[in-house]
Design a protein around this ligand. Structure first.
Ligand code: PLP
Length: 389
């Protein structure tokens, strides 16, 4: 009987991904896994589970296990846990900080994370310190002074595309006994591996590029230390507190993962081409993309990331809010919608979304670059930028 590529088989990530979840169904011989909808599993006459470990689907389910094993391998990690959304994954990690503790978080990250952390810390008597983690001196000082229980980074950050030095920050965290968690959603595990750089935990909103088709909400956390206290807590948040991904979503995620390598490759190339084009455009003030040599953290991004710089970029157009909205309104290929990492390119005026909660510049448009033909994306901007004077 032919074997299927399994995580830890030494194959390249692209090959593992191409077979994600497939070929292991002895009952049918199907090359894709069946959708596992059962919530409960049978015991034999001696009251042992017919399939060891399979008792109730909040504890275990074949589809989660397949996706989790694959993602752990991609992350250079030991274990992963899927969650019902990226925010559920973030909440599970952060809830491990006890009341009276301190959380040091990177400023200017995904505003939903900031919003949640501010509320959560206030309600639970946790000191929240926000700092620009891409400025090493600043985070060095904050860690030394505040002695946090956990440091939270987002690399690259959304929507500013700042790049924090995971390796150096992880050394600081170890010196001061802080746990380092990294949200690497905008990068994907194919181009950034925070665990290999010293982070304790890495999380992704699987809603974004991991699934890649804008049709499920999911989150995932991975570790290299499955015996750690933090990992036990996070696993229990998933299992006992029940922040679990639906079975159909787990199936969709495995399906989406099959094309991750191809999508990431194309999106990296498209984003780079668009960033280069926009950078020279007279109606563009600034392009925020770590792949551009002029980006303040380009050298660090180049050293930390492999094979590309991701599909997220931001552009500040000449003029203010009205200009930015006019450009967004004139785009045809880019859809005006929130989110990122899907096959379709999206544009978002973040100031409209975030309002005065954060200080996103009014002329900033965040772009999630998809897998369309590069020339169509460039010409879409070419025509849209004619809308402003
Ligand atoms: N992290 C980042 C960087 C995000 O952009 C998002 C959502 O946009 C999240 C986390 C939250 O993920 P979800 O929407 O799956 O809950």
């Amino acid at each position: 009987m032919s074997k299927s590529p399994r995580p830890n088989s030494g194959l390249h990530p692209d090959s593992l991904l191409a077979h994600a979840g497939g070929g292991f169904d002895p009952a049918t011989g199907a090359v894709v896994p069946p959708i596992q909808t059962a919530t409960t599993f049978v015991r034999d006459e001696d009251y042992e589970p017919v399939r060891p470990g399979h008792i109730y689907s909040r504890d275990s389910n074949d589809l989660y296990l397949k996706a989790e094993k694959l993602i752990a391998t991609l992350e250079d990690g030991a274990e992963s846990r899927l969650f019902a959304s990226g925010m559920a994954a973030i909440a599970a990690i952060v809830r491990s900080i006890k009341p009276g503790g301190t959380l040091l978080v990177q400023s200017g990250i995904y505003w939903g994370t900031t919003h949640f952390l501010r509320k959560h810390c206030k309600r639970n008597n946790i000191v929240l310190v926000e700092t620009d983690a891409s400025n090493f001196d600043s985070i060095h000082d904050e860690i030394s002074i505040t002695k946090p229980d956990m440091v939270w980074l987002e690399v690259p950050s959304n929507p500013y595309l700042k790049v924090a030095d995971i390796s150096r920050i992880s050394k600081l965290c170890k010196e001061h006994g802080a746990l380092l968690a990294v949200d690497a959603t905008a990068a994907t595990p194919l181009i950034l591996k925070p665990l290999a750089l010293g982070a304790d935990l890495v999380m992704h909103s699987a809603t974004k590029a991991l699934n890649g088709h804008s049709d499920l909400l999911g989150g995932v956390v991975s570790t290299r230390e499955p015996d750690s206290e933090a990992w036990t807590f996070i696993s229990e948040e998933r299992q006992i507190a029940g922040a679990i991904l639906g079975s159909f979503e787990a199936w969709l995620l495995l399906r989406g993962l099959r094309t991750l390598a191809l999508r990431v490759e194309r999106m990296n190339v498209n984003a780079m081409a668009l960033a280069r084009y926009l950078e020279t455009h007279p109606k563009v003030e600034t392009v925020l993309y770590p792949g551009l040599p002029g980006h303040p953290h380009h050298d660090l991004a180049k050293a930390q990331m492999t094979g590309g710089f991701g599909s997220l970029l931001s552009v500040q157009v000449q003029g203010g809010k009205a200009s930015a909205l006019r450009v967004a309104g004139s785009l045809d290929v880019f859809q005006r919608a929130t989110s990122l990492g899907g096959t379709e390119s999206l544009v978002e005026h973040r100031h409209t979304i975030e309002g005065d909660v954060t200080s996103v510049p009014e002329n900033l448009l965040r772009l999630s670059v998809g897998i369309e033909h590069q020339a169509d994306l460039v010409s879409d901007f070419e025509q849209a930028l004619t809308a402003i004077k």
